[in-house]
Design a protein around this ligand. Structure first.
Ligand code: ZN
Length: 339
C-alpha cells in the first residue's frame, strides 16, 4: 500500500513525538473553522467570492478566478466566478468541487448558506491544505483540482462553465461536496451511473478502513455532480449530517410510500437549507475538519486506484506484438474497466 493516511500524517505533523498520545487532530475543537465560515455571511455572492479568494491566498495558494457568463431566466444575465486551486502535478485531474454561492431568499436577502454550502467549502479547503502539506515526498499520479463553484443554486452554472472551459479529457474522477456543516454520517449518492462505480467502490473501502459511518443513497438530491455525470464522467456527491437526519433523509428519498415517516414530514436539513435558518450556529468545526480529512484521503485513494487500473500514458498494450484481434479485445477490456 502506497497510500498514507493523511489523518495519521496530520496527527504526526501537528503533534510531534512528545504529544503523539494527545487527541488526534480530527477530534480536536476547531473554532477556526467556525470563525472562518462566519466570514462568508455577506449580503452578496460577489462578496463571498472575495472572502474565498482571501482565504485561499492566506493558505498559500494562488487562486485562479475563472469568470463566466451566468444567470438564468429569473436573474437575467449575471457574471459568475469559479475559484480554482491546484495541488500536485499529473497528466490527469481528480477534480474536487463545492459550490460557495448562497441562495437568494424570498425577501431578497441572501441566505447565510452555511449548511448549503460553506461547510463543504471549509472542508474542501481543509482537504486542499492537508494534501498540499502531505504530498511532500509522496508521489501521486494525478493533479488535484479544487473548484469552488459559483451559481450552483441557479442551475449548476459554475460547474457547467468549468467543464466547458476545462474540457473533460483530463478529468479522471470528480468528488463533489454539498450540505456538510454538522454530523459524522457521510452521505453519498449512488445515482451517477456506471462510469462512477469505481468511485463508489473506492469510497466504500475508505469508509470501512476508517470506520466511518457512510450511507449510500440510491436516490440522492442533485448538486454540481450532475453536470459531470451528464458528461459521462465518474463522480460522487458527498455530504455529512447527524445519523438521525441522514437516516430520515434516506427514508424520505428512498423509502417509498411505506417509509414510516409521519405525514408531511420534512427532514430537518431540508427545513433549514434555502431558508433564513441555514445559519452559522449550525456549523460544527470539528465535524467539518473531520470531513475535510476524509475528502483528502478519498482523493489519495482515488489517485492510487486509478494508477493501479490505468496503463501509464503512452504505454503499449501488453499483447501488441501478438494477434491484432487481441489488441482490440484488450482495449475494450480497458474501456470497460473504469480508470
Ligand atoms: Zn447546495
Amino acid at each position: 500500500m502506497s497510500l498514507r493516511s493523511l489523518v495519521a500524517v496530520a496527527a504526526l505533523m501537528a503533534a510531534g513525538p512528545a504529544l503523539a498520545q494527545e487527541t488526534p487532530p480530527e477530534l480536536r475543537e476547531r473554532p477556526d473553522i467556525a470563525a472562518g465560515a462566519a466570514q462568508f455571511v455577506k449580503p452578496t455572492n460577489a462578496e463571498r467570492t472575495e472572502v474565498l479568494v482571501g482565504f485561499l491566498t492566506r493558505l498559500g495558494f494562488t487562486p485562479d478566478i475563472q469568470t463566466f457568463e451566468g444567470g438564468n431566466d429569473r436573474t437575467g444575465p449575471m457574471e459568475g466566478a469559479n475559484v480554482v486551486v491546484t495541488v500536485g502535478e499529473g497528466e490527469r485531474d481528480i477534480v474536487l468541487t463545492a459550490h460557495y454561492d448562497a441562495v437568494k431568499l424570498r425577501d431578497g436577502t441572501l441566505s447565510q448558506g452555511i449548511v448549503d454550502n460553506v461547510g463543504s467549502v471549509m472542508a474542501m479547503m481543509e482537504a486542499a491544505k492537508t494534501l498540499e502539506m502531505g504530498l511532500e515526498g509522496q508521489p501521486v499520479s494525478h493533479r488535484f483540482v479544487f473548484v469552488f463553484t459559483d451559481q450552483e443554486e441557479l442551475g449548476l452554472l459554475g460547474a457547467k462553465a468549468f467543464l466547458e472551459s476545462h474540457g473533460k479529457d483530463r478529468i479522471a474522477a470528480v468528488v463533489n461536496a454539498d450540505v456538510a456543516a454538522y454530523g459524522r454520517t457521510v452521505m453519498y449518492g449512488e445515482n451517477n451511473g456506471e462510469p462512477s462505480r469505481f468511485v463508489l467502490e473506492t469510497l466504500r473501502a475508505l469508509c470501512a478502513e476508517r470506520g466511518f459511518d457512510c450511507m449510500g443513497y440510491p436516490v440522492y438530491p442533485p448538486s454540481d455532480d450532475r453536470a459531470f455525470s451528464a458528461a459521462g464522467l465518474p463522480v460522487v456527491s458527498l455530504g455529512v449530517q447527524d445519523a438521525i437526519g441522514a437516516h430520515q433523509m434516506w427514508l424520505a428519498f428512498n423509502g417509498g410510500e411505506d417509509n414510516g415517516l409521519r405525514e408531511g414530514f420534512v427532514p430537518p436539513v431540508f427545513q433549514r437549507i434555502h431558508s433564513a435558518e441555514d445559519r452559522i450556529e449550525r456549523l460544527n468545526g470539528q465535524d467539518v475538519a473531520r470531513f475535510g480529512l476524509f475528502i483528502a484521503d478519498l482523493a489519495l485513494k482515488l489517485d492510487e486506484r486509478l494508477a493501479e487500473t490505468a496503463p501509464p500514458p503512452g504505454a503499449e498494450p501488453a499483447a501488441a506484438a501478438d494477434d491484432p484481434a487481441d489488441d482490440a479485445a484488450d482495449v475494450e477490456d480497458e474501456v470497460a474497466q473504469p480508470g
